[in-house]
Design a binder for this molecule. Structure first.
Ligand code: NAD
Length: 447
């Protein structure tokens, strides 16, 4: 079934139907209409999969996707235009252009943590660039995956876009096919499998992976604001966010104040929700058990968990160090270890010793300090005096480096990711310089 779906998409792509810009724009509008039609169902599915409440679901998933579609529709014509570039004097008489060409049949594999956004946002780039797409949403959020299938089936014939539900075996079956592009979001471990499989067909890939994203707080930071923005970014989506601050690394001079304010804001933002069963759950029992194991040491806020609903309370662990269990892997849950440093230079060296993170955050009101640290630490993308928010700016490319991935997307970068840049030199036939040919005297002088 998957092979025949692939063959249908290949044939449709080769028919050239996806190429005209009006067709692509209509496809994006159709996608938006279908999402609107299924909005209620989608919200219910998110609630069913991991108790994700409506305001958060709208902010981080549905609303985000609408903005992305609107932005792409608005700019697509300009992005897709053939670019004329300079030609050196050695090529006199010719002109040079870059044509924007879709890759063909693309595969988008998504994780469960933002199950709708991370499936549909790459699709917007793929469609805008004129590709066909097979989507593989996560098996760990089955209700959302089901609704995604309905949305796609209403908006598109399967020869254009189709969503395939299933687990690891389905992924493996898909990865055996000679796709023209693979866009994968998920763990670094599976990212390596995807890249290995893609290499069988020399298929280009984008890998959007994870890692431990630090939040450094210096003695020059606005401590209250830092505390507020860190706990918001951390405990959003119950900590199951690829760019959540994984741990806090704070100057010992201001640590106590920071922890006091983090406790205050965590209580203010989440205590009532947790007590009344509205705080988001962990996606499944395996992750729930794994995260609970990390709740050790000096717990200064939280620490409760509910086995029946799989909810874990936002938890702050003070006085942690690099040997703490929570510092051995990406936490991906609502646990926030706090480590302290005495020298910012040493802190930078410590962070540089870790695998390149997907995100990095520095809190300081001293511009020179922020500039220095941002330059010194390799990371995918990040923010000064904020967390997470950078990914909502469509003008910024979003992606990792090293262990946290390769390639990027969002806004025009999504279009570029799914577009091959085809360079063409258009040579004149009005004249022809003889010296480039082997028989010319000038040529023989040089060889
Ligand atoms: P995962 O890698 O386990 O799963 C992602 C997808 O890969 C799923 O569709 C799954 O079916 C598939 N998969 C799982 N095992 C496979 C195998 N052996 N062969 C082929 N396919 C397989 O990731 P996850 O647990 O769903 O997501 C969590 C991870 O994703 C975290 O590390 C997080 O940081 C990362 N993430 C990154 C981004 C980003 O934008 N960079 C966004 C969200 C999540």
């Amino acid at each position: 079934m998957i092979e025949s779906l692939f063959a249908k998409q290949r044939q449709f792509f080769q028919s050239g139907k996806t190429l005209p810009i009006p067709f692509r724009i209509e496809a994006l509008k159709q996608l938006k209409r279908s999402i609107k039609y299924h909005e209620e169902m989608l919200l219910e599915a998110m609630k069913a999969d991991f108790n994700k409440g409506e305001p958060e679901a709208y902010l981080t998933e549905i609303g985000y996707v609408y903005n992305d579609i609107n932005f792409t529709i608005k700019n697509l014509k300009e992005w897709a235009e053939t670019e004329r570039v300079k030609t050196p004097p050695t090529h006199i008489g010719s002109t040079s252009r870059i044509h924007k060409e879709p890759f063909g049949v693309t595969l988008i594999i998504a994780p469960w943590n933002y199950p709708f956004n991370l499936t549909v946002s790459p699709l917007i780039g793929a469609l805008g660039a004129g590709n066909t797409a097979i989507l593989k949403p996560s098996e760990h959020t089955p209700h959302v995956s089901r609704v995604i299938s309905h949305i796609m089936a209403l908006a598109f014939p399967e020869k254009h876009v189709a969503s395939v539900e299933g687990g690891v075996e389905t992924n493996q079956e898909l990865l055996d096919l000679p796709f023209n592009y693979i866009f994968y979001t998920g763990s670094s471990h599976v990212g390596k499998i995807v890249m290995e499989k893609a290499s069988q067909h020399l298929t280009p890939v984008t890998l959007e992976l994870g890692g431990k994203s630090p939040a450094i707080v210096t003695r020059h930071a606005d401590i209250k604001l830092a505390a507020k923005r860190i706990v918001w970014g951390k405990f959003l989506n119950a900590g199951q966010t690829c760019v959540a601050p994984d741990f806090v690394y704070v100057d010992s001079k201001v640590k106590e104040r920071l922890v006091t304010h983090m406790k205050y804001y965590t209580r203010k933002f989440y205590e009532k929700d947790f007590n009344e069963g509205r705080y988001m759950s962990i996606v499944n029992r395996n992750h729930f058990d794994r995260i609970k194991e990390l709740m050790q040491g000096d717990i200064v806020y939280g620490g409760r968990s509910l086995s029946n609903t799989l909810a874990i309370e936002p938890t702050i662990i003070d006085n942690a160090d690099f040997d703490h269990p929570a510092m051995q892997e990406e936490i991906f849950g609502p646990i926030l270890p706090v480590l302290e440093f005495n020298s910012l230079d040493k802190a930078v060296l410590d962070v540089r010793d870790l695998p390149d993170p997907l995100a990095f955050y520095i809190f300081t009101d001293k511009k020179t300090e922020a500039k220095h640290v941002v330059r010194a630490v390799p990371f995918g993308a990040g923010a000064i005096n904020d967390t997470v928010f950078h990914l909502a700016n469509p003008h910024l490319p979003f992606g990792g480096r090293g262990n946290s991935g390769m390639g990027n997307y969002h806004g025009k970068y999504s279009f570029d990711t799914f577009t091959h840049k085809k360079s063409v030199l258009d040579q004149t036939t009005c004249f022809d310089f003889p010296f480039r040919y082997p028989s010319s005297k000038l040529f023989s002088k040089f060889i």
